[in-house]
Design a protein around this ligand. Structure first.
Ligand code: URA
Ligand code: SF4
Length: 217
């Protein structure tokens, strides 16, 4: 038996609108069952920067757009500080449905990390977004995004903030793959202990400056 993945739902015609509408009815893994909707990437077709997060959160699941919650606000602020206008970037996630557990009634749904199987099942959407948009740089936020793009041996702690080549084994069908840079996830800055938060934010902005330099350089 072959496993279902997002590849089974990819449209023949690949522009970003046809991808978005096909992804709306994806059942490539089990996550579509409990989430409100597919949260596909968003941003201009000619974006030079493609930003990849982990998966939509509670707010994104309701809104149907990526990074519209607290992590998104922090991301926008950090990008601006690094000299990048978020509105010029295409922003998406490694996994396009919200995975959560339901706490007691009335409480906000709690985010759960997607499994490797779910990341792999959803990856065809990300590959299709990159192949269609052909950005100059892919910026990965956090380990899930970085490993979705670069493979499971990638370690954020060792390789964050470095401009990397996307080697052909991992880039697969992406012809002439863009450069990749990984940094921490903005949500991890929000979760940091009070005394560590400033540093974590400054480190994020430093990495984003490397991205800004690569985009203009
Ligand atoms: N965190 C993510 O990784 N992606 C979002 O879209 C929102 C929060
Ligand atoms: Fe499809 Fe990805 Fe949603 Fe799974 S998470 S159903 S692969 S869009």
């Amino acid at each position: 038996m072959t496993t279902t993945t997002a590849a089974d739902f990819l449209p023949a015609d690949r522009d970003i609108d046809s991808l978005r509408s096909a992804a709306a009815s994806c059942q490539g893994c089990g996550l579509y069952r409990h989430a409100t909707q597919t949260v596909f990437g968003d941003g201009p077709d000619d974006a030079k920067l493609l930003v990849v997060g982990e998966q939509p959160g509670d707010k994104e699941d309701t809104a149907g757009e990526p990074f519209v919650g607290p992590a998104g606000s922090l991301l926008g602020r950090a990008l601006t500080e690094a000299g990048i206008d978020r509105r010029e970037a295409y922003v998406t996630n490694a996994v396009k449905h919200f995975k959560f557990v339901l706490p007691e009634r009335g409480k906000r749904r709690i985010h759960q990390k997607p499994s490797r199987t779910e990341v792999v099942a959803c990856r065809p959407w990300l590959v299709a977004e990159v192949s269609t948009l052909r950005p100059d740089l892919v910026l990965c936020l956090g380990a899930t995004a970085a490993q979705a793009v670069l493979g499971t041996s990638f370690r954020i702690t060792r390789q964050r903030g470095q401009l990397l080549e996307w080697d052909s084994d991992e880039a697969g069908e992406i012809a002439d793959p863009p450069a990749v840079l990984a940094t921490t996830h903005p949500a991890s800055v929000l979760r940091a202990r009070d005394e560590d938060r400033k540093r974590a934010y400054a480190d994020l902005v430093d990495d984003l400056r490397v991205a800004a330099q690569a985009l203009t350089g």
